[in-house]
Ligand binder design. Structure first.
Ligand SMILES: Nc1ncnc2c1ncn2[C@@H]1O[C@H](COP(=O)(O)OP(=O)(O)OP(=O)(O)O)[C@@H](O)[C@H]1O
Ligand SMILES: [Mg+2]
Length: 258
């Protein structure tokens, strides 16, 4: 497999404190990498750094060997990287379709899509995420689950090569989580590469080829899901507390809303 993304010694400070701390990471083409870790570990900050929403304090991120650090978000999107937002904030007075069309018009399409092509792309991704029948609803009318679907649709409309999903399953019920997992599987089959952040452990372990565990902005562990789940450091710092709090509960695989 060819390497798609590589971060070298990536650091981002906030008020002098590192949210991401000297992190080395890579993502292979076609891979699904799961990114987990406690609240505040730096997962969303890493997505912000990869997508250009934030610049690193130091370090370099390369997409297929070309440096992308320092590029603004639209330039990163044009190179084929899309992300969802952990807190979905659709434009409330725009329809689902209108919310998504921006991504279709200004994504990684070369040459850019015309309006008719963009609207066709919008309908295609709304079908993919299960929002087709709600395409004329306003952003303000959507449930939590549908807002998560809309986040995915907005990202998918850009036709990304690499998709960064930041807790798209949080707040969903088990049936809804399964539909998102199935969608992730289909995206991978279509050739997409994914970085998936999730606290829902069974889901993230089920979809990931490889997992990276962050703790205080550093890599605590990395490897196959089964190995990561039995790693003593990961059990101590993250999974142990989560499992201990949920053993025997029907909510075992669910996270408290974060
Ligand atoms: N814009 C910001 N300004 C100041 N501090 C920030 C900012 N964004 C993140 N932080 C801090 O950086 C650290 C990492 O936050 P981040 O949101 O990346 O964690 P996370 O792993 O995504 O957590 P969660 O699981 O709760 O979403 C936290 O201490 C957070 O308070
Ligand atoms: Mg986060």
């Amino acid at each position: 497999m060819a390497e798609l993304l590589r971060g070298e010694r990536v650091t981002r400070l906030f008020g002098g404190l590192p949210a991401v701390d000297n992190l080395d990471f890579h993502i292979e083409e076609g891979e699904i990498v799961g990114l987990i870790g406690p609240n505040g570990a730096g997962k969303t900050t890493l997505v912000n750094l990869i997508s250009g929403a934030l610049a690193p304090t130091s370090g370099t991120i390369r997409l297929r060997g070309s440096v992308i650090t320092g590029l603004p978000p639209h330039a990163v999107a044009a190179r084929g990287i899309a992300r969802t937002f952990q807190i979905a904030r659709p434009f409330p007075n725009m329809t689902v379709r209108q919310n998504v069309v921006v991504g279709a018009l200004f994504g990684a399409h070369h040459p850019r899509l015309g309006m008719a092509e963009a609207l066709a792309k919008v309908d295609e991704v709304l079908e993919q995420v299960g929002l087709a029948t709600k395409r004329d609803l306003l952003g303000s009318q959507l449930t939590v689950a549908d807002r998560k679907r809309l986040e995915m649709a907005k990202a998918l409309a850009t036709s990304p090569k690499l998709l960064l999903l930041d807790e798209v399953m949080a707040g969903l019920n088990l049936a809804e989580i399964e539909t998102v997992m199935a969608l992730i599987g289909r995206l991978r089959s279509s050739g997409m590469t994914l970085l998936v952040i999730e606290h829902v452990m069974k889901a993230i372990m089920g979809v990931s080829d490889r997992m990276i565990v962050l703790h205080h902005g550093r890599k605590l562990a990395e490897g196959r899901p089964a190995d990561v789940a039995s790693n003593p450091d990961v059990l101590r710092e993250y999974l142990g507390a989560r499992y201990a709090a949920r053993v025997g509960s029907p909510e075992e695989m669910r996270d408290a809303p974060s």
